[in-house]
Design a protein around this ligand. Structure first.
Ligand code: GTP
Ligand code: SPV
Ligand code: MN
Length: 600
């Protein structure tokens, strides 16, 4: 039974049915009965494995094909009419040509399968910032993940209404999961997404990167708001006030960890608390009071498993203890639970590694093999998180005081610094670069530009995206959040991180909040405002972060920064301007000013 009378939805679902020719069409209402039945079906076919229901109630396991374990940026396209509108950071193809190429692939792709029609809301139902999507898919795994990651089911259609055409059409078929025919395609001008031949996370949970970033960034530019690859957290201070901060770090660079951090003992004693609003995506709009408000469009966490443990991210681990889907981690066959590198120091002897082979985990890992894929993930309901913000479902969102950029940089970038103003902060965002991770296919550890941590996710021309940032700054005026840059990943000569990171990042948030309140001075340097050496609180970590280490963390090395500036000039010109990106004059000026300040 279709769950809506909306003719636009019905017509589109009919078209998709005619194209993909499923044996059966099932509308997902989101009821517990329906979800339980789908879980049972997936378990019976072996698509999902049931984990130990005493230790991990409601938890399931899934493994994807070894060729299908991460986002595929080289096969991801923005298909708008004019190539220039996609800009230099996107693959482009003419929308009609793309559809002509993909239509035969979708033709009959669901024969012998069921098509699930998933209505979902990105953002709290009824929020003026929320938007509706409908995804059709032939994967139960997708349905069960969307059930965690979005507000899924009937209620989304109720929100859409019986007439509106304002929903994002998502067509997914895993088809043959053929990597040579894998395409992740956004049609921003049609509010549409086509994904084929993948069954992994960001490629197929179409509400996430495809909609909430690529399509939404385009909508945001046209409608005057922002869709960003940012976590949202609240810091409750001893006086009871909560300050909200967003942070953009590239994939697998610490958003989930920062969003859920547990403050060091001293801070806890003083009454500080951290609340999670979101761990990956923020939609932000100016509120009636002139400030910038953010909602998390998602309803769960699709988090990196390796490295997650009680100490590094207690709250993330706690979130995965029930009703969670684990993808591509290892199984401990002794008790049918899960394991991944960094969970603890005891790889299970009786293990199944992520590809499905039974191994002695101790010997296997001693030989340098990994039991879990480096991009293995958990899909956990946000409501499981012990520190979920009381404002999580607030349709109005939360007011943002600070925006942070960051990435993995072994050198050059100090632990933290503040921009002189919004325009300079926009420059800093445009200059984010980071060593690549396993979250996307390709080499790991290579430094690449990733402006605003959005390189793979800007649904239009990056030059226009920067211009939109500058326009937002003008609109926000003196109500604009302050902009900062952080780097948790500075290394010593031996490649060890010199900042303890994780919970201790609270010490940096503390400085940032005080800067927002105007209660702490800073050193004015060529690159921005830096903390005075003694203004980052190291109480309790003095042994590790000695004054010498702090000097290194806050160093601004003139030679390295001269190279950085030269690289930014090259980047703006060769990678952006020469390839059809219009770098705003104001950003070039910021680069000029930075160079002048450094020369002094
Ligand atoms: P996506 O979900 O891909 O967008 O990633 P993310 O930005 O949420 O990254 P996440 O928090 O999952 O962290 C990824 C990896 O970075 C994990 O292996 C963490 O252990 C590591 N990490 C996170 N925070 C820190 C930190 O403060 N210091 C260090 N050294 N590593 C960190
Ligand atoms: C990322 O890669 O930034 C993720 C995981 O958050 S995915 O959903 O696969 O994009
Ligand atoms: Mn992400």
């Amino acid at each position: 039974m279709s769950l809506t009378k909306n003719p636009n939805v019905l017509k589109w679902v009919e078209e998709m049915t005619a194209l993909t020719k499923p044996d059966k069409v099932v509308w997902i209402d989101g009821s517990k009965e329906q979800i339980d039945a789908l879980k049972a079906e997936a378990i019976s076919t072996g698509e999902m494995l049931e984990l130990n229901q005493e230790k991990l109630p409601g938890c399931l396991y899934h493994r994807t094909l070894p060729n299908d374990v991460a986002r595929v940026e080289d096969r991801t396209f923005i298909c708008c009419k004019n190539k220039e509108d996609a800009g230099p950071t996107n693959n482009w193809m003419d929308p009609d040509e793309m559809k002509a190429m993909l239509t035969p692939m979708y033709d009959g792709a669901m024969k012998g399968r069921t098509m699930y029609v998933i209505p979902y809301s990105m953002g709290p139902i009824g929020s003026p910032l929320a938007k509706v999507g409908v995804e059709v898919t032939d994967s139960i795994y997708v349905v069960l993940n969307m059930n965690i990651m979005t507000r899924m089911g009937k209620q989304a259609f109720e929100n859409l209404g019986d007439e509106s055409n304002d929903f994002v059409r998502g067509l997914h078929s895993k088809a043959d999961v053929d990597p040579e025919k894998r395409y992740i395609v956004q049609f921003p001008e049609d509010n549409a997404i086509w994904s084929i031949n993948s069954a992994y996370g960001g490629n197929v949970l179409l509400g996430k990167k495809c909609f909430a970033l690529r399509i939404a960034s385009y909508q945001g530019k046209n409608e005057g708001w922002m869709a960003e690859h940012m976590l949202i957290l609240g810091v409750k201070k001893p006086d009871g006030e909560v300050k909200y901060i967003t942070a953009a770090f590239p994939s697998a660079c610490g958003k989930t960890n920062l969003a859920m951090l547990i403050p060091p003992e001293g801070y806890k004693k003083d009454g500080y608390e951290v609340f999670t609003v979101g761990d990956d995506i923020a939609w932000m709009k100016q509120g009636e009071d002139g400030r910038l408000y953010a909602i998390n469009p998602e309803n769960g966490f699709f988090g990196v498993a390796p490295g997650t443990n009680k100490k590094s991210n207690f709250n993330a681990l706690a979130s995965t203890m029930k009703d969670t889907i684990f993808t591509n981690v290892a199984i401990n066959n002794d008790d049918n639970t899960v394991w991944w590198e960094g969970l603890d120091k005891n790889p299970p002897e009786n293990a199944t590694e992520w590809k499905g082979e039974k191994v002695n985990g101790k010997e296997f890992t001693a030989d340098g093999n990994k039991l879990a894929h480096p991009n293995s993930r958990f899909t956990a309901p946000a409501k499981n998180c012990p520190c979920i913000s009381p404002e999580f479902d607030n349709p109005a969102g939360v007011p943002i005081s600070a925006i942070i950029f960051g990435g993995r940089r072994a050198s050059t970038t100090p632990l933290v610094y503040q921009s002189f103003d919004w325009t300079h902060g926009t420059y800093m965002g445009s200059a984010v670069s980071s060593e690549t991770t396993a979250a996307a296919t390709g080499a790991v550890g290579v430094l690449r530009h990733d402006p605003m941590a959005m390189k793979p996710f800007i649904g239009y021309n990056v030059g226009d995206y920067w211009a939109h940032w500058l326009e937002m700054g003008e609109k926000l005026g003196d109500k604009a959040p302050k902009i900062f840059n952080v780097n948790w990943f500075k290394q010593d000569e031996n490649g060890n991180f010199i900042w303890p990171g994780f919970g201790d990042n609270m010490r940096v948030l503390d400085w940032i909040i005080k800067r927002c309140e105007g209660t702490i001075d800073a050193d004015e340097t060529a690159i921005g405002y830096l903390p005075k050496k003694t203004d980052i609180n190291v109480e309790g970590i003095e042994d590790e972060v000695t004054p010498e280490v702090m000097d290194k963390l806050l160093a601004v090395d003139k030679d390295l920064w001269t190279k950085e500036i030269a690289e930014m000039r090259r980047y703006y010109k060769e990678d952006i301007a020469d390839k059809g990106g219009n770098v705003p004059e104001a950003l070039i000026k910021e680069l000029d000013k930075l160079e002048e300040r450094l020369a002094k």
